[in-house]
Structure formats: structure tokens, C-alpha cells
Write a protein that binds this ligand. Structure first.
Ligand SMILES: [Fe+2]
Length: 329
């Protein structure tokens, strides 16, 4: 076994340690696809087996796009599992199939878009007790807030109402969230505290400047004007055009609606060009458009696209929570 493989297996044990209650009896499913690095499902399998778990592995064709519906066989296997780990190249947990699994309290572990570099790296080996505590603390701050304002040096200036919404966290350990939040999924690596802002209330301009689903590392910022919750114009370079075309192809108005605002809380996470790690980096924000019914919202879109924002200042009810990319609350 190489040193890298040993590190991968050690980190790959964590999502099982945090989510498999009964290693001998829990039905654990690992889903991967034919375009994913096969080393990843293999180290997950070895890690699980070293803990007495005997997972089933499904290798399927690459999913169509970010949070598209998985094949029927994945749905069936997932709905018959206790814990399903997605180590696919495309995100899937906001699909209808995965939301049904969450409502049935099947634990989903989202490791989509991961690479061997991320699994061996500092986001995966971070202190998950600390990340859990930070998740609880910041979820509370979101939950008691009524209004959020975000600005960045790159020109973002956005506000939205949070009135009556609870926040939620993703901290690698799946557990019951606060009232109104169906989310029964954690990621790995992980670390974010988030909220679905009230639909129809966001106004201003979003500037995504780091990383985005479907696009990876952003070569130049993508700017979007938001009026009453919906994007009305998208500006930027070639990637902005790709983003606009992708949302148009969804053929659903809610694909253009602001669905989520999140604060990354993982002190180990770096900016790598993969949303899997970047959106969890401590002090970075991500703002998503699209589907958010699983996190307490009302948007029903066929996708959910996260984009990462660096160096932001975020205030809740006028109180500084994040200042120039540092969590200060
Ligand atoms: Fe998201």
C-alpha cells in the first residue's frame, strides 16, 4: 500500500464512522460512475470493510448534469439502503429521487466531484468535532436572523429577507435538522452553515468569483442582477454565457431564483477549483440558484447550482458575521 493510499483510506473511514450506526447490519451503498477515478470507490470500499461494513458498489453512467435524476436502479438501491454514499462526478443530492430518500430518513453522504487530492487533503482530515460545533453555532445565528446583506470588493451587493426561516448545517454527520428543514444529507469533506432566503425578497447584484458547479474554477467573475428573488441579467465572459445557457436549458423559472446562502466553516478546506472543497472553505460564501425544497424553501427547479464567493462581508440584522472573508461572529 502506498502512503497516498494509506492516507486516502484513513480519511475515507470518516464518513462511515460518522454515519453508519450498525456496521454489521446497516445496508451501505456506494454509487460511482464510469468517468470517476476508480481509486476513489476502491478506497471507500477498503475503508468500510476495515470497519466491518460490507457495502454494495454501483457503477453507473455519468449523470446528465448537476442534480439531474439518477437512473431508476440507483433510486431503487438507495431507497433500500440505510446509508448511500455518492462518489460520482456529478452532484445528485437535490434530485427528486434523493429528496425522497431523505424524507424516508435514508442517510445520504455527498462526495460528488471529489478527487484523490481532496480526499487525501486537509479538508478531509480536519477536526469534524469543531466543524460540528461551528455548524450548530452559525445555524443558530442564521435561524434568529431576519435580514441578510452581503458585499464584496468585486462588486457584489445583495440583500434578502430570512424572516421565519431556520438555518441548516452540513457537517459530514447526517442528523435531524431544525423544524421545517428536510435535509438528511451530509457531504464529505464538509462544513457549511446555510439558509434558504425567503423567495422573492433578494435584490441587488451577485458576483461569483471563485468556483461554480458545471464550470469549476471561474476564469473571470460572473455577475448577476437579482430582482425580487430572480436573476434578470447575467454578465461576464465565456463562462457567464455557459451559465446562462445552462439555466435557460433547464426551462424552469426557478432555475434563475436565489435558493441558498451558505458560509463555509471547514478550516482545512482550500480553494481548489472543485465546488466539493471550495464551498466548505472557512469564511468563503456560496450562493445557489434553483431547487431548495429540501432546505426549507419553495423553489422546485430541475437543478441547484452553487457558486463560491471570496472575501465577502456578510451582516445579519446589521451584525457583522463575516468580514472580508473571515468569520468574526
Ligand atoms: Fe447548495
Amino acid at each position: 500500500m502506498t502512503l497516498l493510499e494509506a492516507e486516502l483510506i484513513e480519511n475515507a473511514r470518516k464518513p462511515f464512522e460518522l454515519n453508519v450506526d450498525d456496521p454489521e447490519n446497516d445496508e451501505v451503498l456506494i454509487v460511482t460512475d464510469t468517468e470517476q477515478d476508480e481509486q476513489l470507490w476502491q478506497v471507500l470500499l477498503k475503508a468500510a470493510r476495515s470497519m466491518g461494513i460490507r457495502p454494495t458498489v454501483q457503477i453507473v453512467p455519468k449523470f446528465q448534469y448537476t442534480h439531474s435524476e439518477p437512473p431508476a436502479m440507483v433510486r431503487e438501491a438507495m431507497l433500500n439502503s440505510d446509508v448511500t454514499v455518492f462518489v460520482t462526478t456529478e452532484p445528485v443530492v437535490h434530485s427528486d429521487a434523493c429528496m425522497e430518500a431523505q424524507r424516508q430518513h435514508i442517510k445520504l453522504v455527498a462526495m460528488e466531484e471529489i478527487t484523490a487530492d481532496i480526499l487525501a487533503g486537509p479538508a478531509a482530515s480536519a477536526d469534524y468535532d469543531y466543524i460540528y460545533d461551528e455548524g450548530v453555532r452559525l445555524r443558530e445565528i442564521w435561524s434568529r436572523g431576519d435580514h441578510v446583506e452581503i458585499t464584496t470588493p468585486s462588486g457584489m451587493d445583495l440583500e434578502a429577507s430570512l424572516e421565519g426561516r431556520n438555518g441548516y448545517f452540513a457537517v459530514s454527520k447526517v442528523e435531524e435538522q431544525l423544524e421545517g428543514i428536510d435535509l438528511y444529507v451530509a457531504s464529505f469533506p464538509d462544513g457549511e452553515a446555510s439558509i434558504a432566503p425567503i423567495e422573492g425578497t433578494a435584490n441587488g447584484t451577485i458576483v461569483w468569483d471563485e468556483t461554480m458547479h458545471e464550470l469549476g474554477h471561474l476564469e473571470e467573475p460572473i455577475e448577476a442582477d437579482v430582482e425580487d428573488g430572480y436573476i434578470t441579467e447575467i454578465r461576464g465572459g465565456q463562462q457567464a454565457d455557459q451559465f446562462r445557457r445552462f439555466l435557460e436549458e433547464m426551462d424552469h423559472p426557478d432555475a434563475f431564483a436565489l435558493g441558498e446562502i451558505a458560509i463555509g466553516i471547514n478550516p482545512g478546506a482550500r480553494i481548489t477549483g472543485s465546488p466539493r472543497e471550495d464551498k466548505k472553505a472557512r469564511g468563503y460564501l456560496h450562493l445557489a440558484v434553483g431547487e431548495n425544497t429540501d432546505v426549507g424553501g419553495t423553489l422546485e427547479a430541475p437543478t441547484h447550482i452553487d457558486g463560491v464567493v471570496g472575501g465577502a462581508t456578510l451582516k445579519i440584522d446589521g451584525e457583522l458575521i463575516v468580514e472580508d472573508g473571515e468569520i468574526v461572529a
